[in-house]
Design a protein around this ligand. Structure first.
Ligand SMILES: Nc1ncnc2c1ncn2[C@@H]1O[C@H](COP(=O)(O)OP(=O)(O)O)[C@@H](O)[C@H]1O
Ligand SMILES: [Mg+2]
Length: 1109
């Protein structure tokens, strides 16, 4: 079976025994062996009941991690392996939940790990208690008070590099919820002698070295210090540097911690000034100087150091100087000043240094308390942590007053331990209703009494000796002791009255020995008186009080002359006794928790377990005693529930479940197991087991049973696992199968569905096609029937039609035949009456009918009335050919007449003239066609209007028919000359074109003939009657553009005047009478070089040639 991970009891996986109470057999050897075994397995904590033994491992173990804190948090004390956290948790929880104030007492010799243990307790409590900004600040201040106190109160010693040289008790205060509120620190007996002198291999308090290493140059300068350790007499040089300790960085940590704790800057400054002053005091040296009265007087060798101290502390130099030279004793209003010799001066100097430093330390504690004290007035729960020096025993009678005091303190602690342990034990028995059996144990009250008894106690005697007038020395003190304590069992001295030690050579004469509960310690009596006196000359305290330095002034209130107290200050011993008494009182009100620290070796080395050394510690710590006390009644006790829970598997009735009350279950269980009755007892809530053997037997049985059970569990588990797996697989299989079936069925279904659909579709198709076929067939049948019917009907119809046609033909034929027959019959009938004329009459009638029809048709087909429309309907009958043509002609004439009838007289005249011209020249003169379109205007020249021709107008009084310019051809050369040609009703006149003067006037009757060519020219000759007046100059040969018009008008005018037709000759050769000569004018076809203008040339006397183009 795998190793159980979760612990439910410290008995699980135990190395050796976790609780010494269970140790069998119990003796010193087995005790040490058990511790060693555990130590070798890194188990540094072991219980004695509720007491924790802690062995310093001298190396960091991984057992203080936050995870470990969580592991131990809220767990029962015996549940897990022994641990300082279990104790812390137990203490914290009973403080929080049961409202019990707690104290944690940590004891052990120097270097055993007390201070570390106290820090572990504090850090555990800080980790598990409440959180929040305010709470965290309180925690931080509480935790940070440690570095400050350690710097000023710790030193390197031979045993411990960080040895606390003071006792410390710290009350941490909580509210009802368990949140920290604040704290109060008490300090005990600082080892102040260390300030001025350190044993070999040891150092002064850390702070001196820290300042010199860590302060800045500037700061050192301010403090008038030099960095070199060797400059200071008070600093032991042989181990100024400690391995693994960084003084410089620690200095920064300290300053930071001071700041967190709440020191103001000026306070910090003052503190360091005091430290510097103490350091410098050591450098003041004295030399003897003989006085006049023969006594030696001391003088300060070099005043420079003194001066600097005075500057630092604001003390008047002369005052301090005097205080080092004189001592004033005041007694009964009398002041006596005595000079100090060199030795006294040194004593005074050292006393001042020690006092300054120890008072500074106390002030620091007070100041820290001021910062960390709870701010509220509510009721507080308190957890006290006591980190106090343990028993100190030096070899070779090196034990002095300090050891005496320390051991006294431990004696007291032991006493309270015994008292409280027994008390608790007793209370538990009563609480549980168990019969109380007397427990034998050593009560050290007698030793305490030896030391502290007010009359016969050693401290009382020391005080008595110190206060006694007369010479007091350590020897007188020892003598006194020898007298008073001689009979005390625990006091040993060579010189005592008790003869027992007379021959004890191990006991020197100057020593006494006390049998402490933890062993015998030999004290060297030298220095007891001095140290107890703790004398500081009043001159010095007064000088200090006068300092212009508020802190120093405050440290020496007794220096105030106003408060002079002639009573001696309480001795160191009585002071300590008082504070121890207060402490004890305080502790007695609280629930104690013990941590016993043990140092495994003297070398500060890991892994080394020096049995002799451990044995020594076990002895003086009284640990065996402790176990015995614890075991006096019952070695082991446990509440019923966890007990039943742990062992119930050993009995059938209680396994696996016990239904009744736990106590009954345990009773059944123990009876069943046959444990002898005297071995156990039933308390109210717990079972008490007398002997560890019984417990181990139970454990063995349990172990064996567990193995069986493990096998059983394993078996059942395996079975269960296999079954679960099987069930799971079965379930899986079912699921898979169901899914698969579903899947395959789905597939199958889909396939069937597909096939069904296919078959269905085929069948449907087939059915549809069948139906279609049927329908088609039906349709075809219908169609066929229709067609047949149609054909039939057609046939019928055609037959009928044929029949009807036949019938009609027959009827027609009958009718025709009938008609013919009738005609024949009628003709036969009437032939005898119309035989001669009938044919002609029918013919005429027919002809008439045809004519009638022709004309009626013609009426409708008449062409337009335009004379130039050539259209004419076609001839319908051949026999009407001539008629048709005639009709056309008549129609044309008629329409021409119609056209003419529209003309005015003017138009008629024009057309008459034009008609005349046509008759005269058409087809005769080539010029004619061109003239047809030209209207005949006659008067081309505006004779009557143009003033130029006024004379001409005046000369011609008749109506002018033609007035036009013509060319008169010169008969000599054929050249033309322009003349005005005028035709009046009776005359033809030629006038000059320019002047208008009439050149010739020919009466129309004298004009015989007009000649012209047939060609396209305007030449014409006007032949005159021979012998007439006009003819004397010969005929005129003229040319005009309007020849046709002129000739026509001349013809018409002549005709209307003379009633004779004017002869117009058209020939290409004619003769013209020029005076006597007749000249032939010949027209030839000429070239066209002059355009269309004909040219006239005289060829010879008888020939004029006109070239017509
Ligand atoms: N629990 C621990 N784990 C590791 N080292 C420890 C432990 N306790 C003590 N030490 C070591 O031992 C040294 C001395 O411890 P400390 O508590 O100062 O002793 P004490 O106060 O009893 O004189 C510490 O400086 C530290 O190095
Ligand atoms: Mg310490």
């Amino acid at each position: 079976m795998a190793k159980m991970e979760v612990k439910t009891s410290l008995l699980d996986d135990m190395i050796g025994v976790g609780d010494m109470v269970l140790l069998e057999p119990l003796n010193e050897d087995s005790f040490i062996n058990n511790l060693k075994k555990r130590f070798d397995h890194n188990e540094v904590y072991t219980y004695i009941g509720s007491v924790v033994i802690s062995i310093n491992p001298y190396r960091s173990l991984p057992i203080y991690t936050p995870e470990k804190v969580e592991e131990y948090r809220n767990r029962n004390f015996y549940e897990l392996s022994p641990h300082i956290f279990a104790l812390s948790d137990e203490a914290y929880r009973s403080l929080r939940d049961q409202d019990k104030d707690q104290c944690i007492l940590i004891t052990g010799e120097s270097g055993a790990g007390k201070t570390e243990a106290s820090k572990l307790v504090m850090s555990y409590v800080a980790a598990v208690c409440g959180k929040g900004a305010e709470v965290n600040q309180v925690k931080e201040q509480l935790l940070q008070s440690n570095p400050v106190l350690e710097a000023f109160g710790n030193a390197k010693t031979v045993r411990n590099d960080n040895s606390s040289r003071f006792g410390k008790y710290m009350d941490i205060e909580f509210d009802f919820k368990g949140d920290p509120l604040g704290g109060v620190i008490s300090n005990y007996l600082l080892e102040k002698s260390r300030v001025v002198k350190q044993p070999r291999g040891e150092r002064n308090f850390h702070i001196f070295y820290q300042i010199l290493s860590g302060a800045s140059e500037e700061f050192l300068c301010k403090l008038k210090l030099e960095r070199d350790f060797s400059r200071y007499n008070y600093l032991g040089l042989d181990s100024a540097r400690v391995n693994g300790v960084d003084d410089a960085s620690n200095f920064r940590t300290v300053r930071n911690a001071m700041q967190i704790v709440g020191f103001m800057d000026h306070e910090t400054q003052s503190v360091f000034e005091v430290v510097a002053a103490v350091l410098k005091l050591g450098n003041i040296e004295f030399k003897p100087e003989s006085r006049s009265n023969g006594l030696d007087e001391s003088k300060i060798k070099d005043k420079n150091e003194l001066k600097e101290i005075c500057e630092l502390t604001g003390i008047d130099q002369s005052v301090l100087e005097r205080a080092f030279s004189f001592r004033t004793v005041e007694a009964k209003q009398e002041k006596v000043s005595t000079t100090l010799n060199v030795a006294q001066a040194y004593y005074a100097r050292d006393a001042l240094a020690k006092n300054l430093y120890s008072r500074l330390f106390s002030w620091l504690v007070t100041r820290i308390n001021e910062s960390i004290k709870a701010q509220t007035k509510v009721r507080k729960k308190v957890m006290g942590v006591l980190d106090i020096y343990g028993f100190e025993i030096f070899e070779n009678a090196d034990n002095s007053f300090e050891q005496f005091i320390i051991n006294y303190c431990n004696e007291k602690l032991q006493q309270i331990f015994i008292e409280l342990t027994l008390k608790e034990e007793q209370e538990e028995y009563i609480r549980e209703g168990i019969e109380w059996t007397h427990i034998e144990y050593f009560n050290n009250a007698i030793i305490c009494d030896l030391i502290e008894n007010n009359q016969t106690g050693i401290l009382a005697m020391l005080d008595e000796e110190c206060l006694r007038p007369g010479t007091v020395t350590d020897d007188t003190f020892l003598e006194k002791l020898n007298q008073v304590c001689a009979t005390h069992q625990h006091f040993e001295s060579r010189m005592s009255k008790c003869s027992r030690f007379l021959n004890d050579t191990s006991l020197p004469h100057s020593c006494f020995r006390i049998q402490h509960y933890a062993g015998k310690v030999m004290y060297q009596v030298e220095g007891f008186v001095d140290k107890n006196n703790d004398l500081l000359y009043r001159d010095l305290s007064q000088a200090m009080w006068k300092a212009n330095h508020s802190l120093i002034k405050a440290l020496f209130p007794e220096g105030n002359p106003a408060k002079i107290n002639l009573k001696r200050p309480p001795t160191a011993g009585s002071q300590f006794k008082a504070s121890v008494a207060t402490l004890m009182k305080n502790l007695q009100t609280k629930n104690p928790n013990y941590i016993r620290c043990i140092k495994p070796n003297d070398k500060k080395a890991a892994h080394i377990f020096n049995e002799a050394l451990v044995c020594h510690q076990i002895r003086y710590l009284g640990l065996l005693e402790n176990v015995r006390v614890r075991r006096a009644g019952y070695a082991f006790r446990q509440p019923y529930e966890p007990c039943l829970e742990r062992y119930k598997m050993l009995c059938k009735q209680t396994w696996p479940h016990w239904r009744g009350p736990a106590r009954a279950g345990v009773e059944v269980l123990f009876n069943e197991l046959g444990i002898p009755e005297e071995e156990f007892s039933f308390g109210r809530s717990k079972i008490f087991i007398r002997n560890p053997r019984t417990l181990f037997k139970l454990e063995d049985l349990r172990k064996q049973r567990l193995e069986d059970l493990a096998t059983l569990i394993e078996k059942i588990y395996r079975g269960w696992k296999c079954r679960t797996r099987f069930l799971l697989m079965k379930k899986c299989q079912v699921v898979i199968a169901s899914w698969y079936r579903r899947y395959s069925q789905q597939k199958k279904y889909q396939k069937i569905k597909g096939s069904a659909i296919t078959v269905q579709s085929y069948i449907r198709g087939w059915k549809a096609r069948k139906l279609l076929r049927e329908l088609k067939h039906l349709k075809r049948c219908n169609e066929a029937a229709t067609v047949i019917a149609a054909y039939w009907h057609g046939t019928q119809a055609r037959r009928e039609l044929k029949r009807l046609k036949e019938e009609a033909r027959r009827k027609h034929a009958v009718a025709v035949i009938w008609a013919y027959w009738l005609g024949l019959k009628v003709r036969r009938e009437y032939r005898k009456f119309f035989r001669a004329n009938a044919g002609r009459k029918i013919y005429e009638f027919t002809l008439q009918r045809l004519m009638q029809k022709y004309f009626l048709e013609m009426k409708n087909k008449m062409p337009s009335l335009s004379p130039i429309d050539k259209n004419w309907p076609a001839r319908p009958y051949l026999f009407l050919d001539s008629t048709h043509k005639e009709l056309k002609r008549i129609f044309h004439l008629w329409r021409c007449k119609k056209y003419r009838d529209q003309f005015t007289d003017q138009q008629k005249l024009i057309y008459e003239e034009k008609l005349e011209a046509s008759e005269l020249f058409k087809d005769k003169k080539a010029l004619y066609p061109a003239s047809v379109g030209q209207p005949f205007q006659g008067a081309y020249l505006e004779i009557s209007e143009n003033p130029k021709y006024k004379k001409l107008k005046d000369a011609v009084d008749e109506k002018i028919i033609i007035a036009e310019v013509v060319n008169k051809i010169n008969r000599a050369n054929g050249k033309a000359a322009s003349r005005i040609f005028l035709l009046t009703k009776n005359n033809v006149l030629l006038a000059d074109q320019k002047s208008g003067t009439i050149k010739s006037e020919v009466p129309l009757g004298d004009v015989t003939k007009v000649s012209m060519s047939s060609q396209n020219d305007g030449f014409f000759a006007v032949h005159l009657k021979e012998g007439s007046e006009a003819a004397s100059k010969g005929d005129f040969l003229l040319s005009s553009d309007h020849l046709i018009e002129m000739a026509t008008k001349l013809y018409r005018t002549t005709l209307s005047q003379t009633k004779q037709k004017l002869n117009i000759e058209i020939s290409d050769e004619f003769l013209v009478q020029f005076k006597q000569d007749k000249v032939c004018v010949k027209f030839i076809q000429g070239s066209q070089k002059n355009g269309n203008i004909p040219t006239c040339k005289r060829k010879n006397n008888r020939l004029l040639e006109v070239a017509v183009p």
